[in-house]
Design a protein around this ligand. Structure first.
Ligand code: MEV
Length: 319
């Protein structure tokens, strides 16, 4: 069997994070400039079932046998075996190369899962369709993060902007106009699982208030979807501002995130909000394409640790 590789992009949540865990809709898009690439090679000298995994970017090297039973990669291997109805994967070497920062809220765990599921199943000559890849990646995300909504694995599997409601088929969004986004990292964040657990605790203490906030976020997502598909980008900034405000109210912003959102607006971004789990991590800003580089530079001066640029394009403009 020849070596096979598969890649998966990063992701950004445009609207609706956290509320999506409670059944509200959310909108996410792939970030194509950063990606995980997984290469699978045969390992003919080893017995069947022996899998060596290495990920130099995070200094990870292990064999399947060494992984604890509950390890997310064990879930991934078992799910592939069950789906393909094979008793044991053959001997192989798996290398994970990534330009996607781990723990920066860009979906690195989901990207690793999606690229790995695709590479392994293609290596076996039994490629899976998007729905099957997404289903397995969701199981692995649960092993990583506890109670995820499934939006990260879904947008990364489909590699298109999506409108997503938990436990429903994603709906692809065809943006009407190109949108240029700057993503900026405000520093280390607690894990998404911790942020989601914190919101859950506050929701349990103040159910009515939190349900109200989630509902407001859901309404805003519906408007954003319509605008993305039919309207004009000028209508998006007030929705970004409102979404950021609601995320502050549910307690997932941080002084560093608020500072970067403010800085982005002062340097000329049309709109900005925190994106993903919050508590640190990233903001996303909507910018004029010709100002993207200079806004990214200014955000670095204002304390951002890293920035990324990405553009959502209408289908007929995609390259
Ligand atoms: C994480 O990218 C988005 C959250 O809404 C969690 C989830 O949907 O699983 C914070």
């Amino acid at each position: 069997m020849p070596a096979v590789s598969a890649s998966a992009p990063g992701k950004v949540i445009l609207f609706g994070e956290h509320a999506v865990v409670y059944g509200q809709p959310a909108i996410a898009a792939p970030v194509t400039g950063v990606f995980v690439k997984v290469i699978v090679q045969p390992n003919p000298l080893k017995p069947s079932g022996s899998i060596e995994i290495e990920s130099p970017a995070v200094n990870f090297h292990a064999t399947r046998a060494e992984l604890p039973e509950q390890h997310p990669l064990n879930t991934l291997f078992q799910q592939i075996e069950q789906t393909l109805q094979i008793s044991r994967l053959p001997a192989m070497k798996i290398r994970i190369n990534s330009t996607l920062p781990a723990g920066a809220g860009m979906g690195s765990s989901a990207a690793v899962s999606v690229a790995m599921i695709r590479a392994i199943t293609q290596f076996l000559g039994l490629p899976l369709d998007n729905e099957q890849v997404n289903r397995i990646a969701f199981e692995v995300e649960k092993a990583f993060h506890g109670t995820p909504s499934g939006i990260d694995n879904t947008v990364i599997t489909y590699q298109m902007p999506i409108y997503y409601v938990r436990n429903h088929q994603p709906q692809l969004i065809h943006v009407k106009e190109p949108l240029t986004l700057v993503i900026a990292n405000a520093g280390e964040a607690p894990s998404t699982a911790e942020m989601v657990a914190g919101v859950r605790q506050r929701w349990q203490q103040h159910p009515q208030q939190y349900e109200g906030l989630f509902h407001q976020i859901g309404c805003l997502v519906e408007s954003a979807r319509q605008i993305l598909e039919q309207g004009s980008w000028q209508q998006l900034p007030p929705l970004m501002e409102k979404n950021h405000q609601l995320l502050r109210e549910i307690g997932v912003s941080s002084p560093a995130l608020d500072k970067l959102v403010k800085a982005a607006l002062q340097c000329g971004a049309y709109g900005a909000k925190l994106t993903g789990g919050g508590g640190g991590g990233n903001i996303v800003a909507l910018v004029h394409p010709e100002e993207a580089d200079s806004i990214a530079q200014q955000l670095l001066k204002e304390g951002a640790l890293h920035t990324w640029l990405t553009t959502l394009r209408p289908i007929n403009e995609e390259r």
